[in-house]
Write a protein that binds this ligand. Structure first.
Ligand SMILES: [Zn+2]
Ligand SMILES: [Zn+2]
Length: 352
């Protein structure tokens, strides 16, 4: 073993004796004098030969590993890493010796290849389950008015350049509908009626892994998958799609359903604006039956933009109420819907 040059004038048993006396707490300055050492007392332990582990061999060189001595104050807790004097390998996971770098490289490659294999298998399953050729397309004329409106909104927000599919809703620049819950309802309706189908070109992370309840890839995230149009178009495909995006005049037989959809969308817009204003002032916008009933009622008398005004004032009043003290934030939040109702009633009575 290499002995520090400053201990060369000592015999091996003298070095061992010096170490033993040092760790037995004898005065360092006196030990230095007695053994005739040229070293600062505080770092005496650093010149001691390292501890040798005959039972821990270097994985590269198969030589016993070493560990530097600790100061006697921390002797019981020697935190120095175990290392190989020959190749520089260090135990404990953070080694950057060429051997460990190579081991890490091979492991990384193995994980990568494993992931690629898993992804390939996943892709095959998706292609099989969502094979577009297995889906029976439905005729354009079979679409209900509602389906056409939903589909029109969906493709306006995110049809692909080739007009064959719809990008994931989460990647769209604009909202399909005022609130995500309504968008999901639209998607469910379109899927149920087979107007759209999940595209096998969807990204892998749009499908959760299998667990006890589900089997890959039968479950998917509505907002993450791509959709393919499942419609049997006649004649010019592009023209058909363009016509769904920008439909002709509303026909008389559709007017009742159109009014129904209009009411739904108007309600969603009110709820969206309500959520937005509540969030602005850090109020909790819990939308329950009372909230929905109130806005439905207001929509009988006011336009959406007038209701926006009513919401704005009611939230502002509730905020002031809260800031004046005496009520909790929850009470103030809960007062907003009542405020909307009262404000609307006064507007009617006083003919504002
Ligand atoms: Zn080694
Ligand atoms: Zn190493």
């Amino acid at each position: 073993m290499n002995i520090d040059s400053r201990l060369h004038h000592l015999k091996e048993n003298e070095v061992l004796e010096l170490m033993s006396r040092y760790y037995n707490n004898e005065k360092t300055t006196e030990l230095i004098k007695e053994y005739n050492l040229n070293i600062t007392p505080g770092v005496l332990y650093t010149v001691f030969p390292p501890e040798k582990f005959d039972d821990i061999k270097c994985p590269v060189c198969n030589l016993p590993m070493l560990r530097k001595r600790a100061a006697r104050t921390s002797y019981r807790y020697n935190n120095n890493k175990i290392y190989c004097e020959n190749c520089g390998h260090v135990e404990g996971g953070s080694c950057r010796c060429s051997h460990c770098i190579e081991v890490a490289r091979i492991e990384k490659k193995r994980i990568q290849e494993e992931q690629e294999r898993i992804n390939y298998e996943k892709r095959c399953l998706i292609n099989e389950v969502y094979d577009l050729n297995k889906k029976e397309k439905i005729g354009l004329e079979k679409l209900s008015f509602r389906s056409r409106v939903y589909l029109g909104a969906l493709i306006r927000a995110g049809i692909t350049e080739d007009m064959m599919s719809v990008i994931p809703i989460l990647e769209m620049d604009r909202n399909v509908s005022p609130r995500v819950g309504y968008t999901q309802e639209m998607i469910r309706d379109l899927i149920k009626n087979q107007v759209i189908v999940v595209s096998p070109n969807s990204s892998l992370d749009a499908f959760p892994d299998s667990d006890e309840e589900t089997e890959f890839p039968y479950l998917y995230y509505t907002l993450k998958v791509k959709y393919a149009l499942n419609i049997e178009f006649q004649e010019d495909y592009t023209e058909n799609v363009a016509n769904i995006m920008n439909p002709d005049e509303l026909s008389k037989e559709d007017s009742e359903e159109a009014a129904k959809i209009w009411r739904e969308v108007a309600l969603e817009e009110c709820l969206e604006y309500f959520e937005f204003q509540m969030k602005e002032v850090n109020f909790n916008a819990a939308i329950g039956e009372k909230t929905i009933a109130t806005f439905k009622d207001l929509l009988e008398k006011f336009s959406v933009s007038k209701i926006y005004g009513i919401i704005y004032r009611s939230v502002a009043n509730a905020t002031r109420y809260y800031q004046q003290g005496g009520v909790s934030k929850k009470q103030a939040s809960n007062s907003v819907i009542g405020n909307c109702q009262r404000y609307a009633e006064r507007a009617v009575i006083e003919n504002w």
